[in-house]
Design a protein around this ligand. Structure first.
Ligand code: F0G
Length: 457
């Protein structure tokens, strides 16, 4: 597969170094074999997340110098307001310090104990913010999402029949709002079609359920629609984005992804009364409504980044880079979730390490091995993150997939970095039988992947 030439050149560089094999082994031991505990400077290529890790442009850095740090009514806020209105078209918005802050405020205003919030798949912070208010997040993605080899072009789609049945079962009055996550991060960064967005919006509207979009990676989703959905080939990305948001009553967004900033988020809504409550919550937890927990310079960088994230040459390169890495891995016999997602490649760890049972964490073993072999950091999305004892039987319940996520920071790494990652995983694959599993030496009850410690078996 052809690697798309980067539609930018490099003006500022940040050195990285490759430490020796002995140093990598020592770093792993000191980190208790948890890559979250490694020192970032010991990492050669960091694919832990694409969130807040992208490279800002010269225009964004210039905008940072223009930041107006006034407490209220700053020039920078007005610049951001005009970009947000132009792209998303909602009546009201507030900035927040990141995506989960927008989720928290939305949940604080709308979720009451026992209420249900359906979505294709909630991201884990959305899930946790709903639960923190006593609500119940519900995932109704299509079944193809769980089949790593299915080539469905829109594997992030919501199952409309499941949604209708669900609303009938629990009653629309128990659903304060419905959601869709575009693209579906928890399901492999897979996109949602415009057809599906329209169908979901119609069902929510019919039942008078407000519809919110988790827009963290909306620009990548819009680009997939342009590439894969009939009738959108000749539309611009911004036109597709506007059409997506015209279907919704509001959105939460982590701006650390498709708006290519290091910090920031947005909460947009159409309902005036709700906006009043949102502002009160915001002032309590984040800051005054014209800065929402961000510095004026952050608002400026975001106003510029929102447009850069929609640039078609950038998006073609972005999706092409991810697809290139997936293709190189597949050529080397390393299976990944098909088709490649927008922001990340998800390696099927069980297929690479079939001899390691789920209870011995094949995803974790592959994540550790990637650092040991090449000082590359990925992230386990498998049993360390999701296995839990059944509350009734006490039996361990394991997730369907054991994955190693390779999230690609925006505008950061080059083709030779992608080749290095693929070669590193190919080397691991060639000695896969010798790789052993892990056991916990420490594991907290909740969100254990962040702080757990391990020992090789
Ligand atoms: N929604 C989605 C779809 C996300 O992927 C994330 C973050 C959030 C909301 C929360 O946003 O981090 O700004 O508070 N995803 C990151 C990741 C952390 O690595 O996938 P945040």
């Amino acid at each position: 597969m052809q690697y798309p030439p980067e539609p930018f050149r490099i003006k500022v560089v940040e050195p990285v170094r490759l430490i020796s094999r002995e140093q990598r082994e020592a770093a792993l031991q000191a980190a208790g074999y948890n890559v979250f505990s490694l020192k970032a400077e010991d990492i050669f290529i960091d694919l832990l997340t694409d969130s807040g890790t992208g490279a800002m442009s010269h225009e964004q850095w210039a905008a940072i110098m223009r930041g107006d740090e006034s407490y209220a009514g700053a020039r920078s806020y007005l610049r951001l307001k005009s970009a947000v209105e132009d792209i998303f078209g909602f009546k009201y918005f507030v900035p927040t310090h990141q995506g989960r802050a927008a989720e928290n405020i939305l949940a604080a205003c709308l979720v009451k104990p026992g209420m249900y919030i359906p979505s294709n798949m909630h991201f884990d912070t959305t899930d946790a913010n709903i639960r923190a208010r006593g609500g119940r997040p519900v995932n109704l993605v299509i079944d193809e999402a769980f089949d790593p080899s299915s080539l469905h072009p829109f594997k992030g789609n919501l199952d409309i029949a499941k949604l209708k049945t669900f609303i009938e079962k629990v009653g629309a009055e128990t659903i304060p709002f419905g959601m869709l996550t575009v693209t579906n991060n928890a399901g492999g960064g897979q996109p949602i079609s415009m057809e599906n967005l329209k169908a979901a919006a119609a069902v929510y509207r019919e039942h008078k359920i407000p519809f919110f979009i988790d827009a963290a990676r909306y620009a990548e989703n819009a680009c997939f629609i342009k590439l894969r959905e009939k009738g959108y080939e000749n539309k611009s990305i911004i036109e597709i984005a506007r059409e997506i948001f015209s279907l919704a009553d509001g959105m939460c967004m982590s701006a650390k992804k498709d708006a290519i900033v290091n910090i920031g988020g947005l909460l947009c809504i159409n309902d005036e009364k709700l906006f009043g409550n949102v502002k009160n919550e915001l002032i309590l937890r984040e800051g005054f409504p014209t800065y929402g927990g961000l510095a004026g310079r952050d608002l400026e960088a975001l106003a510029v980044g929102l447009y850069e994230g929609l640039d078609e040459a950038y998006l073609a390169y972005r999706l092409g880079q991810t697809a290139y890495l997936a293709a190189r891995l597949n050529e080397a016999g390393v299976p990944t979730i098909q088709p490649a997602g927008g922001h990340a490649v998800y390696v099927d760890a069980r297929a690479v390490l079939p001899h390691i049972p789920q209870g011995e964490f094949p995803g974790q073993a592959l994540t550790v091995e990637l650092f040991r072999e090449g000082a590359v950091r990925g992230c386990e999305i498998g049993s360390v993150m999701f296995a839990h004892p059944d509350p009734e039987t006490g039996q361990m319940v394991y997730p369907k997939l054991e994955l190693l996520r390779l999230a690609i920071p925006r505008r950061m790494y080059t083709q030779s970095h992608m080749d290095y990652i693929a070669d590193t995983l190919a080397n691991i694959k060639s000695r896969a039988e010798s790789i052993r599993g892990y056991k916990f030496t420490y594991a907290p009850e909740l969100l254990r992947h962040f702080t757990a410690q391990f020992e090789p078996l």
